[in-house]
Design a protein around this ligand. Sequence first.
Ligand code: AMP
Length: 285
Amino acid sequence: MQLATSIPAMQRLAKKWRRAGVRIALVPTMGFLHAGHLSLVQAARKRVGAAGQVVLSIYVNPTQFGPHEDFSRYPRDLQRDLQLCRVAGVDLVFAPGDAEMYPGKSAGDYSTFVIEENISQGMEGAARPTHFRGVTTVVAKLFNLVRPDVAVFGQKDFQQAAVLQRMTRDLNFPVQFVIAPTLREADGLAMSSRNKYLNPEQRAQAVILYHALQAVRAAVKKPVVAARLKADLKQFFTAAPLARLDYVEFFDPATLAPVKQVRRGTHMALAVFFGNTRLIDNVRL
Ligand code: AMP
């Protein structure tokens, strides 16, 4: 397995592979890897085969964090990540530094961003106003640097995947876009690097996100009014006193537009605080 920490090194390799007709798959991550990330590596390998190159990028992207969010304390452990990548069969880890990814940002002369203006507005976009601008910008940069044939993202971040898929279409990136299923802990909690922040009491109650998705799934065998479900969910969350529901939304998975009537096929997403830790999850009902 190779490690590239500079942009020129990454560009040299990508150029060499493309010249040789080698297919490239990219799995963008912020590191502190878990089995969910590694399942994306398997999906990537399946798409490009043994002769292809699977690139996993590790970059805690500062522009997708708000000023009071967890950028500086986001968990990082490159050595551990590299070992997991070796075992998972990654060909190249690309782990660039901030000074290269955002040249001049501290001096204020980094000034080009990619902005999706429609489906990035609600839910995570409403709760974290500059978040998706950072996500689309960094992934556009990674697409330019790695020039992948295939890119794999997790359904765990459903809105993120939808926004990036729209960007890929709108800006004509020649990238096959793959969305892979959410991997969960034994009790149903979606795997996330941020689960590390939870203390044992919070961790025990965090399964309420999954239970809420399951409870609604059971309730919508026939159509139900969204407002009614939202009210019921507020009540449901009183069972986990350490949890604070940030939002729950019911929407059309194709347009991300909220719906009034929730039925099978409607998508549900929610965000929940445990102290300062914010967890998200979603499911197609
Ligand atoms: P992150 O490092 O959290 O930015 O995530 C990197 C990629 O892994 C994103 O495409 C996520 O949607 C995906 N991902 C995160 N958690 C999971 C999970 N539990 N199962 C599957 N994919 C995931």
